[in-house]
Design a protein around this ligand. Structure first.
Ligand SMILES: *Cc1c(COP(=O)(O)O)cnc(C)c1O
Length: 378
């Protein structure tokens, strides 16, 4: 039986809640299920204000607008990330300054940040890769000293913590994704913006609702609503939030299942990593693991290519991702110079992600571990 890399899953109540949304007669955004999902994040993680968005990309775009990023501003982004982390700021006219990853994990290297700051720098965007926290105390301290905004790309980081603080709740803004490939999904596409700085809540609600003060109108704070600012249609349909609500209700169970699979991979492959065949994920003492992803870092591009082919021959779909953004065609076309980011390039060449999803079976993980052992030690 073929084991896919990812498979959408149901926890049981998705269809029921979607049906309920239809029959209550309110399908457009900001209804009962939208509010329930937002409240879930606000209460469970103590996030100040949360707004559902149609994608993680949209949450990043809202954050870029709220930081008032303009042409000429510089934004520091890791190169080893998804396109949206950079694109959301490029759309505002920003110049992207790419930073390298750490030596022992793909997160942005905080030790190299300060050298990238100029008087034009406005935002730092740490990405919590695989749901494992960046060293946020160091990043927040740098941001404070240089008066910069911090937008956490927490797309992969639901239910994960840094020194006891929820990811997405530390910077000025936190951006989550509920894409089909993440730990929970809003029926394929979805996201959420956490607004952690009180000052931005009012404007966030306006930008979210096509630049209108509709939210204040419904709260009775103004007696007319109209066009007051820039914005877009960032809020998702109730159908998406209804789907997500079913998954959030089962979050504890989903997380327990993913963590067990992650642990099985880790224990089954630990001795090979210790023998130097590959590198495994490192969870620093300040971080938790939300089991978003299990990956290996191979010794070379050639070895990774052979491993992926070997697994495919044996009906397992392992995938790699993130071509270095600083070497992308688009970035080359808009930049005068391409930085040298060796750690990023190494992850782009050597990192491989193993199957990880809620319905993945213990026996299947066992089979994948056996195949990897066979590939390396025969
Ligand atoms: C998934 C992801 C995004 C984009 O989220 P979408 O919901 O697909 O728009 C952004 N950044 C990172 C790091 C991601 O993993």
């Amino acid at each position: 039986m073929f084991i896919p890399f990812n498979k959408p899953f149901l926890t049981g109540k998705e269809a029921h809640y979607m049906y309920q949304a239809v029959y209550t007669g309110k399908l457009s955004g900001n209804g009962v299920f939208t509010k329930r999902c937002q409240q879930f994040f606000e209460e469970r993680y103590g996030l100040r204000k949360c707004l559902m968005t149609t994608s993680g990309t949209d949450a990043l775009e809202m954050a870029a607008i709220l930081c008032d990023v303009r042409p000429g501003d510089e934004v520091i982004v890791p190169s080893y990330t998804f396109v949206s982390t950079a694109l959301a700021f490029v759309r505002q006219g920003a110049k992207i300054v790419f930073a390298d990853s750490c030596e022992d994990n793909p997160n942005i290297d905080p030790g190299k940040l300060e050298a990238l700051i100029t008087e034009r720098t406005k935002v730092i965007v740490p990405v919590h890769y695989a749901g494992v926290a960046c060293d946020m105390d160091v990043i927040m301290d740098i941001a404070d000293r240089h008066h910069l905004f911090v937008v956490e790309d927490a797309a992969q980081a639901i239910d994960s913590y840094y020194k006891g603080r929820p990811l997405g709740g530390i910077g000025h803004f936190g951006c989550f994704s509920f894409h089909e490939t993440k730990n929970v999904t809003a029926g394929g596409e979805g996201g959420l913006l956490a607004i952690n700085d009180e000052r931005f809540i009012r404007r966030a609600e306006i930008i979210w609702e096509k630049g209108t003060n509709r939210a204040e109108f419904f709260r009775g704070m103004v007696n007319k609503y109209g066009w007051v600012d820039t914005g877009s249609s960032f809020l998702p349909s109730e159908i998406n939030s209804a789907f997500l609500w079913a998954q959030l209700e089962s979050l504890t169970e989903i997380q327990a299942c993913r963590k067990a699979l992650w642990k099985q991979y880790h224990e089954g492959l630990k001795d090979l990593a210790e023998s130097g065949y590959f590198q495994m994920p490192v969870i620093p003492g300040y971080a938790t693991n939300n089991a978003h992803m299990f990956y290996l870092v191979c010794r070379s591009l050639e070895e990774r290519t052979r491993l992926i082919a070997f697994l495919k021959e044996n009906e397992v779909n392992a995938v790699f991702h993130y071509l270095s953004l600083h070497k992308s065609d688009y970035y080359r076309s808009i930049s005068e110079s391409i930085p040298d980011l060796p750690n990023c390039d190494r992850y782009a060449d050597c990192l491989v992600r193993l199957p990880m999803f809620f319905d993945l079976k213990t026996e299947e993980v066992g089979r994948i571990i056996d195949l990897i052992r066979k590939f390396y030690v025969g």
